[in-house]
Design a protein around this ligand. Structure first.
Ligand code: UDP
Length: 333
């Protein structure tokens, strides 16, 4: 299939583009390069435009014969979304709806949304989340994703515009051999920040945000489910195949089912890299949930998908190879 990939020059989108191509599909990247990287698009067809640009999206669908779309383009910083919700609702919701509507009007009927486990918010009990758990977004970033989920549910029922909503847990790792990995400016994510703390050799210790979370674990740091970005990319190909055979709106969690606290991730990184990494404790970060771990059995049952490359040490090792490459790339900028 010819698949339009918004945000294909970003972290997860770039991995999905390569997974699509390896599976025999034709990805067309749509990116406005506000945060994406031209380096990630080399060798692929790329349309430089905003997802909210209806004319550009319609023209791309016609020109390339687009049959399906994946939507990765969005602002992703939870803390920024708390302090500046307007730009999040404008960019992630208003432009996102324009994108979906333009595709629908142009006759595209298959769509995959990059959503988030943050739509679940704070659970009263400590256990993996299923797709049937209550929805309660606790920050504007998560509310934006939830709003697009609702729009897509209604579009499926009214227009036969079918979609898969993937609620990712913590995307991590990289395909450094393909020249792609996590590259955010500024970087806020845990694993790259651990690696940078390691590279600083004690000069810039890792800041850990909060050690008083109720997680059922003694260290009190927040628990997350880290999933390798290659596993996520593979799920998108499976999601596309799933939509070939059925109509509707389908939601799947994508995670490993294994939670790790911030301190446990740090310890895995120390083991993987064979060195000590300094850290310091700070107060909680705005908008963070204590415990987010996936029950992904539905994705396994329906898509035949499960995480295969997501043990923490492999994730950290792949991210470390990428961080070294990235240090060179960032020096060139
Ligand atoms: N975190 C941290 N220090 C950092 C970055 C993240 O302690 O430099 C914590 C953060 O508070 C959260 C967890 O690590 O509890 C994962 O954060 P990340 O930003 O990687 O992903 P999120 O779960 O927010 O999407």
């Amino acid at each position: 299939m010819v698949v339009l990939v918004s945000g294909g020059a970003g972290y997860i989108g770039a991995h999905a583009v390569r997974a699509l191509q390896s599976a025999g599909h034709t990805p067309i990247i749509l990116d406005n390069f506000s945060t994406g990287h031209r380096e990630f698009t080399a060798g692929f067809v790329c349309v430089e435009a905003d997802v909210g640009d209806t004319q550009a999206v319609t023209a791309a669908v016609k020109k390339y014969g687009v049959e399906a779309a994946m939507h990765f383009a969005s602002f992703i910083n939870v803390s920024d979304s708390v302090h500046d919700p307007r730009s999040y609702y404008d960019n992630n919701v208003a432009s996102g709806i324009r994108f979906i509507s333009a595709l629908s009007a142009a006759g595209v009927k298959k769509f995959i949304l990059s959503s988030t486990c943050a739509v679940y918010g704070v659970l009263q009990d400590i256990r993996p989340l299923t797709e049937n758990d209550a929805i309660n977004p606790i920050n504007p970033y998560a509310s934006c994703k939830r709003m697009l989920e609702v729009v897509l549910t209604d579009y499926a029922a009214a227009y036969g515009f079918s979609s898969v909503l993937f609620r990712y847990f913590n995307a991590s790792g990289a395909q450094a051999d393909q020249g792609i990995g996590e590259w955010h400016e500024p970087e806020t994510h845990l694993i790259p920040n651990i690696l940078r703390a390691a590279m600083s050799k004690g000069k810039a210790p890792l800041k850990i945000f909060g050690n008083d979370y109720p997680t059922g674990r003694t260290d009190g740091t927040a628990v997350r489910d880290y999933i390798h970005v290659s596993d996520l990319a593979r799920a998108h190909v499976a999601g596309m195949d799933y939509l070939r055979e059925r109509e509707g709106c389908f939601t799947f969690n994508l995670g490993t089912g294994n939670g790790a606290s911030v301190l446990e991730v740090l310890q895995s990184a120390e083991k993987a890299l064979g060195l000590r990494i300094d850290y310091e404790m700070h107060p909680r970060r705005a908008g963070d949930a204590p415990f987010l771990v996936a029950d992904s059995s539905l994705a396994h049952k329906e898509l035949g998908w499960r995480a295969q490359q997501s043990d923490l040490e492999s994730i950290v090792k792949s991210a470390a190879v990428w961080e070294e490459k990235l240090a060179t790339l960032r020096n060139r900028h």
